[in-house]
Design a protein around this ligand. Structure first.
Ligand code: 1HN
Length: 379
């Protein structure tokens, strides 16, 4: 595919005219690139090590307490080096559309209640004893659970256990920030009342694949917590079949009353890469943030090998070749991921292409070196 180029020569007179237009807040379309033949991501393939993020959170734990009168949330977010230019007036996301962070809540802490127009989801990484309350339903957070807070739902978190609980947050903040159309509101009290039986949605969906008849009518979050046990069962159920050549065994979290993504603006998936899995390369328009829930391996993105292990995060930008490999001889790998398909697909942006050279495998040209110097020392 080639780019359309104008044959017109820009004379000094024309260049002066272009500048004159810009000075008057107008622009010459004829001197602009009409369109690119392919998506040109600004975000770059990138990886954050678990130690980098946890080191930063440990420092934040030493310096800051969560609660009314101090800070609302203790979270460190991942800024893609290619999106840094948006900071500090906008949000430099992990990709061009997705904000991703790791949040830590200590025993006894309450993250006060609020709501906003950006849409949130969480993946619980480790620790027991914390819960999130979303529009009156209290959902316990257990490792491997996926929890949603769709836009404009009141939500607060509490840790009633005796260990720090860590989770990944993902929101559509760079997208909503670009639209400059967000609202935010604090709840009048620190915590909202719990108005339903604890874990209400999860109990209503204990069977996993049948829905209460009232949910024939769509609602935004009939199921607030997708437990690891049920997700794992779904992935194990696929074992006797051949894995997908690009994604291994993969499932996506859906709203059981609509069949669409559980969070209407941010897609989420869990994929299992069996032992010896060596995926083939493809690329698609949607961008993805991966979290390595379990296992170790690597992903090749545009010819660069990104080695990962449990707890790491990596960003896959728009239209980037990628293939996943499980390098462990003994352990399956589980990758949780979030994507911007829900905001791309309805407008016809999504495309996918398989890599056809070299039997579908990219040649590895270099190995990514994580910024270990970024690990923040804890005194
Ligand atoms: C938020 O409400 C949470 O509720 C986490 O835990 C991260 C980032 C930006 C705006 C709101 C939460 C957030 C956020």
């Amino acid at each position: 595919m080639s780019e359309h180029k104008s044959k017109q020569q820009w004379t000094p007179e024309l260049l002066d005219f272009h500048q004159e237009l810009k000075d008057k807040n107008m622009g010459p379309l004829w001197a602009s690139v009409f369109s690119s033949s392919q998506p040109k991501p600004r975000a770059v393939p990138y990886l954050w090590k678990k130690g980098q993020i946890l080191g930063a959170l440990d420092k934040a734990k030493a310096l800051l307490e969560v609660g009314t009168g101090s800070i609302d949330r203790r979270a460190v977010y991942l800024i893609n080096p290619g999106m840094k230019h948006l900071e500090p007036h906008g949000w430099g996301g992990a990709t061009q559309t997705l904000y991703a962070a790791v949040q830590a809540l200590n025993p006894g802490e309450i993250a006060p209640s609020h709501r906003h127009m950006t849409s949130a989801l969480r993946f619980i990484m480790e620790g027991h004893g914390a819960s999130g309350i979303v529009n009156g339903v209290k959902y316990p957070f257990e490792p491997g659970d996926y929890v949603i807070t769709p836009e404009w739902c009141w939500h607060d978190h509490v840790n009633e256990g005796n260990e720090t609980v860590l989770w990944m947050d993902c929101l559509d903040i760079p997208f909503t920030s670009a639209l400059t159309s967000s609202f935010f509101e604090l709840y009048p009290q620190e915590q909202q009342p719990v108005e339903f039986p604890v874990d209400y949605g999860t109990k209503r969906y204990a069977g996993g694949m049948v829905r209460p008849i009232s949910d024939r009518k769509p609602s935004p979050a009939p199921l607030g917590r997708y437990t690891w046990d049920l997700t794992k069962q779904a992935l194990d159920g696929q074992s006797e079949f051949a894995p997908d050549p690009f994604d291994g065994f993969a499932v996506e979290y859906i709203n059981p009353s609509t069949g669409k993504d559980a969070n209407g603006r941010v897609g989420a998936r869990m994929q299992r890469l069996p032992i010896h899995y060596k995926g083939k390369a493809h690329r698609h328009v949607h961008s993805t943030v991966y979290h390595v829930y379990k296992g170790s391996g690597y992903t090749v993105m545009n010819g660069v090998r990104f080695d990962w292990e449990e707890g790491d995060f990596f960003a896959l930008p728009v239209w980037t070749w990628h293939e996943h490999v499980n390098t462990s001889a003994t352990e399956e790998a589980f990758l949780f991921s979030t994507n911007d398909l829900p905001i791309l697909e309805p407008f016809g942006f999504e495309r996918e292409e398989a890599y056809t050279e070299n039997d579908g495998y990219q040649e590895i040209q270099s190995v990514f070196e994580p910024e270990l110097s970024d690990v923040i020392a804890i005194d």
